[in-house]
Ligand binder design. Structure first.
Ligand code: DO4
Ligand code: MG
Length: 295
């Protein structure tokens, strides 16, 4: 069972998306209200939703016809880094220009007990499916990072899974690791969606295929795939470190790091269409533009 949000006239609606692709309108205003309703009844969110839609008629529109919004209003989006071997190799390339002859801080964090965690985005900086993500004007090496996102409640319980794009500037990060916030955080540098798959409906979160495709003028330039099975850490381990001495808010999203990095010569350009597909969640599609091109 997946949860989506969509626009209907000037309203934001919550919807249940079934395995068959039917969308049912839900009365709850957002995902966390739905979770609270389920908990009050002693049900899992998916059991609660199944009961709510039983005998009801789906809306007249298919998912593709809806104007989707972020599936959850994430007050904060955090991200883990260097959680896959592929990410460690790519960061080492950025930091050394490919002339690697020493152990770097990326090697160290990959092996360390403490993971890399950083504040990636806030509600106002995060966009949803179909919306435009932004490129930085002062970078010449930009890539999307396709990541599995955990949707958490204030206790750090994993409510569900979504797809996320951790837009990144490889040149700024490679120049100096202290520039990480600038390499990662700017207007519209993060997208999430298209749906939240309720956690109890995912048989094995370590066996999800993640695909990243990038199109330019209709031509597919990047098409890479990997599996969450290659994740170096446990999801609970990342959440435990995020929670430690920290304040979490309902609907916080934790991106779990990228396992897909486009070829080193690739950089995003204005107009590129980015598709991040995660098995069982859906396709998160966004077009990249510069901020001054937003109307
Ligand atoms: O070390 C910098 C960021 C790493 C990251 O975003 C990732 O591995 O996905
Ligand atoms: Mg990342």
């Amino acid at each position: 069972m997946r949860i989506v949000r969509y626009r209907e006239a000037s309203f934001s609606r919550l919807g249940a998306l079934t395995e068959e692709g039917a969308v049912y309108q839900l009365e709850a205003s957002d995902l966390m209200e739905l979770v609270d309703e389920a908990r009050a009844k002693g049900l899992s969110p998916s059991e609660h939703v199944t009961g709510l839609i039983a005998g009801k008629v789906p809306i007249a529109f298919s998912l593709e016809e809806l104007e989707l919004l972020t599936p959850v209003d994430a007050p904060e989006v955090w991200a883990a880094g260097v959680t896959y071997l592929r990410s460690k190799e790519a960061r080492n390339y950025e930091a050394t220009g490919g002339k690697l002859d020493a152990t770097t801080f990326y090697d160290k964090v990959y092996e360390a007990e403490r993971p890399e965690l950083f504040l990636k985005s806030t509600l106002a900086r995060t966009v949803g499916p179909g919306q435009r993500v932004c490129l930085r004007s002062d970078s010449n090496w930009q890539v999307p990072e396709a990541e599995l996102g955990l949707v958490l409640d204030r206790e750090g319980i994993i409510i569900g899974y979504t797809a996320g794009n951790d837009m990144s500037c490889r040149d700024i990060e490679g120049e100096n690791p202290l520039y990480l916030p600038q390499a990662k955080v700017w207007s519209r540098s993060c997208s999430i969606g298209p749906a939240v798959r309720l956690a109890e409906t995912v048989a094995d979160p370590y066996a999800l295929q993640i695909i990243c495709r990038i199109y330019r003028n209709g031509e597919k330039l990047v098409d890479e795939q990997a599996s969450t099975g290659m994740l170096k850490r446990r999801l609970e381990e990342l959440v435990t470190f995020l929670k430690r001495d920290n304040e979490l808010y309902d609907g916080t999203v934790l991106l779990t790091g990228t396992c897909l990095v486009p070829p080193n010569q690739f950089t995003l350009d204005s107009g590129d269409r980015i598709e991040i597909e995660i098995e069982g969640i859906g396709i998160l599609a966004n077009t990249a533009v510069y901020k001054h091109e937003l109307t």
